[in-house]
Design a protein around this ligand. Structure first.
Ligand code: GUN
Length: 284
């Protein structure tokens, strides 16, 4: 018997997107249409889908977007040159280089080439450092979206124990910092953690972001806890699934996010928010 309340990412995203549309239209009426430049290198199928959805979301909410598709053979110098052009383009308020990049390109160097005030992913060291020191400019989209979902469902964070499973620069590390900023006591677990369930069993909030199916099962969860699933995996039948064993966890948890329909719709929404806010700042 399932007891957990479902956290509906589609509904939370819809509400935030309506506000984006309103603010984008207001800014456009004053002469600034928010602009996002997306750069995709190579032909990874999943990346192509993500990028298409990002461009489509811009169209739907009154943002202007450009898409640069570069072959997997592009040189690092050519990619850096393109970023410098976008940095100098006043119509562009956000620049996103879809990751991962081909192995011959140093992704750190590419991210550092993006003007920090246009780094809507929040991956630039200046933005990572700003988040770390409590003065965030752009919060990375996926963890920012998770925070907004928790807020939308009035799930308390301050004083609670949060466990983040995963330590990536894109999700795990910024997620831990955002939860810390919100007053949680944060534990970061990862592939080398000796006894994962020892940590997760005492957590009020668990965020699973490892990219591995069934990393979290019902017996690893404290009754009533909130479980957020950031995973995007395929099961044996080729269907999209998360990191959480949904059936067993939803019997124990108080709140749980489904996959699909949970965190996924929030990531692109927060990209729209970051791009809009960048445009608002530039118009001031
Ligand atoms: N690859 C997977 N997630 C992301 C993301 O949020 N931003 C970028 N640029 N690449 C990604």
């Amino acid at each position: 018997m399932s007891q957990a309340k479902m956290i509906d990412g589609v509904a939370v995203a819809k509400q935030l997107r309506e506000e984006v549309s309103r603010r984008a239209a207001a800014l456009a009426a004053k002469g600034t249409t928010p602009g996002l430049a997306v750069v995709l290198v190579g032909d990874d199928a999943a990346s192509a889908v993500y990028v298409r959805n990002k461009v489509k979301a811009c169209e739907q909410h009154g943002l202007f977007s450009t898409l640069d598709r570069m072959p997997a053979t592009v040189t690092e110098a050519e990619l850096l040159e393109r970023i410098l052009q976008l940095n100098a383009d006043p119509k562009i308020h956000g620049i996103l280089v879809q990751l991962p990049l081909p192995a011959h390109i140093d992704s750190h160097k590419v991210i550092e080439a993006i003007a920090a005030e246009k780094d809507v992913d929040g991956f630039h060291v200046a933005n990572a450092g700003a988040l770390m020191t409590g003065r965030p400019q752009f919060r990375p989209c996926t963890p920012y979206g998770v925070l907004k979902m928790l807020e939308a469902y009035d799930i308390p964070i301050s004083g609670k124990h949060a466990v983040v499973i995963g330590r990536s620069n894109i999700v795990g590390k910024p997620m831990a910092l955002l939860l810390l900023e919100a007053g949680a006591t944060v534990t970061v677990c990862h592939s080398k953690t000796a006894d994962l369930s020892r940590h997760t069993r005492s957590a009020d909030i668990v965020v699973a972001a490892v990219g591995k199916r069934n990393i979290l099962t019902g017996e690893m969860v404290k009754p009533g806890a909130t479980v957020v699933d950031v995973g995007m995996n395929k099961n044996d039948a080729g269907k999209l699934c998360g990191d959480v064993e949904f059936a067993s966890v939803s019997e124990v948890a108080g709140h749980v996010t489904p996959v699909p329909g949970g965190v996924g719709p929030m990531t692109i929404t927060m990209l729209l928010v970051n791009t809009l806010e960048s445009a608002e700042r530039s118009a001031r």
